[in-house]
Design a protein around this ligand. Structure first.
Ligand code: DP6
Length: 324
């Protein structure tokens, strides 16, 4: 029975993706620039089984009751590449909260894509796998790669460009976990609502290419101070779109803002750190390695921070043996 197991890490966008230019193909309206983390991981086994009546998913040890259309579409794309008709059993585990703004869909679909491809004998470096992972989640192709990854729109799809390997600029990320519960509105639904209703959606899309180009330059130049200003600006611009969506998308908690203030104060004191926040209340502090302990100590003291996840930058999705 063809089967393979893959590990993938979530990634965190420093220049964000919010909005789609094509919902059916899950094509993003804007590019993005991310760092792949090493601290968190998804481990997924995919087995194609002749005679299985439908694709079956076990997520974090719980068998999913209903069919999962995005999962099936990804598997369909892999089956088309390999000319295989068998359904698959998918067993996936995250070692961090699922669906709470920690990019579990990115690592989840990257691991699924790589494990499924390997099980079917497809080269896991095949660039067509980026499109397969993107069907699952627009941020997932970035987790196929390690370090700093740029995802840009092309005429017909998207393309990833790894910018720097983890060792080229070994930043650290301290994630302040402020809630363990899932988010109230999925990114997918939220993006569709923003596109329809936010007066800031069009300016967000129109001003994005400049942020992406500048982000690429700053990463290549390893300009921390420049990247700090740009990433925070881009993050707040995305949240301005979210907040002005109808109904409003308020992903923050009071503790989220408290973390922003603490990180701002640290930077004013000369500590090289900046924040970014996605579709959830967790705060991701990105810093130079020598500042990681100071940043962690400060965030740990913020009332409402439940725990910290800290680590460096990680590698792209990869095959491991069944016990890995
Ligand atoms: C705020 O990749 O989860 O984290 O493509 O609908 O699955 P879908 O959305 P998803 O959105 C990520 C949004 C974000 C910003 C980012 O990671 O770029």
């Amino acid at each position: 029975m063809p089967s393979a197991t893959a590990l993938a890490h979530p990634n965190i966008a420093l220049i964000k993706y919010w909005g789609k230019r094509d919902e059916d193909d899950n094509l993003p309206a804007v590019g993005s620039l991310s760092v792949t983390l090493d601290a968190l991981r998804t481990r997924t086994t995919v087995s194609f089984e002749p005679g299985l009546g439908r694709d079956e998913l076990t997520l974090n040890g719980v068998v999913a009751a209903a069919e999962h259309p995005r999962l099936t579409r990804c598997l369909d794309a892999l089956r088309a590449l390999a000319q295989c008709n068998d359904h698959a059993r998918v067993d996936s585990e995250n070692d961090f909260p699922t669906g709470a703004g920690l990019a579990s869909s990115a690592s989840g679909y990257a691991a699924l894509t790589v494990a499924g491809a390997a099980a079917l004998g497809i080269d896991v470096r095949d660039s067509r796998l980026e499109a397969v992972a993107r069907i699952g989640s627009g941020s997932a192709p970035r987790s196929l790669h390690g370090g700093f990854v740029l995802l840009e729109n092309t005429a017909t799809g998207t393309r990833c460009e790894p910018l720097l390997a983890p060792a080229d600029w070994p930043l650290h990320v301290v994630v302040a976990v402020t809630s363990e519960s899932g988010k109230s509105t999925s990114s997918r639904d939220g993006m569709a609502d923003s596109r329809r209703t936010s007066p800031y959606y069009e300016p967000w899309v129109a001003s994005h290419a400049a942020d992406l180009a500048q982000g690429r330059q700053l990463v290549r130049a390893r300009d921390f101070a420049g990247l700090a200003q740009l990433a925070e600006h881009n993050c707040l611009k995305m949240h301005a779109v979210m907040l002005t969506t109808r109904p409003p998308l308020v992903y923050w908690l009071p503790v989220t803002l408290a973390c922003i203030e603490v990180i701002g104060a640290l930077r004013r004191d000369g500590v090289p750190v900046f924040y970014t926040i996605d579709a959830g209340p967790q705060v991701k502090a990105v810093c130079l390695p020598e500042a990681a302990d100071t940043v962690a100590a400060a965030l740990r003291q913020v009332p409402g921070v439940l725990r910290l996840l800290t680590g460096g930058l990680g590698t792209g999705a990869r095959i491991v043996d069944g016990n890995g």
